[in-house]
Design a protein around this ligand. Structure first.
Ligand code: HEC
Ligand code: HEC
Length: 396
């Protein structure tokens, strides 16, 4: 338990500080807790049943946290467990609801202290394929580490469990179901209940949040020419075409240029400024969201965010890192076609915007085509799958 505490302190130091000297400590801490974090990940899990279609790539899994059915089941319970928060009212699933493709439908979420967070809750669709996690943090490379933030984070307070680790361990240890699940998931440590085990189980569950069965998947990869409408096909052509250029960043199997899988385990993270905000004519974004500039301190990195996947995008409103756009129609019409809010106000577009963001004309019928395409990215099986749903709601 002591070791766990020490590691937690280090990990929290990385997670909540942007100070440069901490970068070296970050590397150390990651090593202590998760040896070989980003290496040798291909070996594990040949035997785990991923249930992926043949054309879908296999996710990378850290060598120190191989997948197992028992671990995934434990992770699912923890993910839906409201007692994992100081109020007893907030689970991971409170902000990541399955029916909304694991988002919360709010502009920004409110943590247990009542304070709103700075950014929109992200979809967890195919989160296993991301090189880095959250909107704009180039250093957060592992789901195991990410899980500590909502549980223990102070900026913002989400689940508010900082300083209550012993309470978590005691509660879980007193529950025979959990005791059994920890023992099955972590036989080598004889089911020891500690933070490492908790975040490993959560991450294993998150790696099963796999969505590859939208109508567009069936059309594009499954050989079913009729799986989407002609309207959606016209929208696809617009999306990937020269005028709109959406597909330049929302590319590949997950409709994002951020993609890691077994055949490309070290693909880099990619961040872009889409010109959403331009407060001062120099491209400033409203505080506290300055993109990866918060980490790099480079003015040119102002507003640069990780490209989100557009899978299940019709279910995840409101949109953008700050949740400032209510509908997909407005993402296209107000933001991309016009190049951001400044232009909406009659000012110049951001000088920091990516050169692919150049504005465009789009007619009403074309807009409807594009929206039909975005709708075809919805995987209803994913958002209703019992394997991913709340185990506390199910009659066993
Ligand atoms: C109070 C709401 C809230 C709770 C509770 C919450 N999250 Fe999140 N989650 C968010 C927000 C907001 C973001 C975006 C964070 C950012 O950009 O800093 C996010 C981002 C993520 C991401 C990154 C997704 C991506 O595409 O990079 C993962 C993974 C994640 N959360 C998992 C979890 C897990 C696991 C738990 C429970 C231990 C949890 N979340 C609890 C609101 C929440
Ligand atoms: C230069 C790369 C780039 C191009 C081109 C681009 N996007 Fe994006 N897209 C991003 C990034 C980065 C974000 C997140 C930006 C933010 O929140 O500030 C984003 C966000 C979005 C979102 C909101 C996602 C969410 O989860 O909230 C939608 C929807 C979207 N883009 C659709 C499109 C469409 C449609 C086009 C073409 C008209 C397009 N994008 C062109 C990079 C790009």
């Amino acid at each position: 338990m002591w070791k766990d505490r020490a590691a937690l302190a280090l990990v929290l130091a990385i997670a909540f500080s942007c100070l440069v000297p901490l970068k070296t400590r970050a590397a150390e801490a990651t090593e202590v807790q998760f040896r070989g974090a980003d290496s040798g990940q291909r070996a594990s899990n040949a035997e785990f049943l991923w249930n992926l279609p043949t054309w879908a790539p296999r996710p990378v899994v850290p060598a120190d946290n191989p997948m197992s059915t028992a671990k995934v089941e434990l992770g699912r319970r923890l993910f839906y467990d409201r007692e994992m928060s100081a109020s007893g009212m907030m689970a991971c699933a409170t902000c990541h609801e399955q029916e909304k493709a694991f988002t919360d439908g709010k502009r920004v979420p409110v943590g247990i202290s009542g304070a709103p967070g700075p950014r929109n809750a992200m979809s967890l669709t195919n989160v296993a394929y991301l090189p880095v996690l959250t909107w704009a943090n180039p250093t957060l490379t592992r789901l195991e580490l990410q899980a500590l933030r909502p549980l223990f984070g102070l900026h913002p307070v989400e689940m508010g469990m900082n300083g209550r680790e012993d309470q978590i361990f005691a509660r879980l240890g007193a529950d025979p179901v959990y005791r059994q699940l920890f023992a099955a998931a972590f036989p080598k440590t004889r089911g020891a209940i500690n933070l490492t085990a908790i975040v490993r189980a959560l991450a294993a569950f998150e790696r099963t949040l796999l969505s590859f069965d939208s109508p567009y998947d069936r059309y594009k990869y499954g050989g079913d020419a009729n799986a989407i409408s002609d309207q959606a096909k016209r929208g696809e052509a617009l999306f990937f075409g020269e005028r709109l250029k959406c597909g330049a960043c929302h590319s590949g199997v997950n409709l994002t240029d951020n993609l890691v899988h077994v055949a490309r385990p070290r693909a880099p993270a990619v961040f872009h400024n889409t010109g959403l905000h331009n407060l001062d004519g120099k491209g400033a974004y409203p505080s506290p969201n300055h993109g990866i500039r918060e980490f790099t301190k480079l003015p040119a990195d102002e507003g640069r965010m990780r490209t989100p996947s557009l899978r299940n995008i019709a279910l995840t409103a409101p949109y953008m890192h700050d949740g400032s756009i209510a509908t997909l129609r407005d993402v296209v019409r107000l933001h991309y076609a016009q190049q951001g809010y400044a232009v909406e106000r009659g000012q110049e577009p951001s000088p920091l915007r990516n050169r692919l963001i150049g504005g465009f004309e789009i007619s009403e019928p074309e807009l409807q085509d594009l929206l039909a395409f975005l709708d075809a990215l919805t995987d209803t099986g994913f958002v209703t799958s019992p394997a991913l749903s709340d185990p506390y709601m199910q009659v066993n």
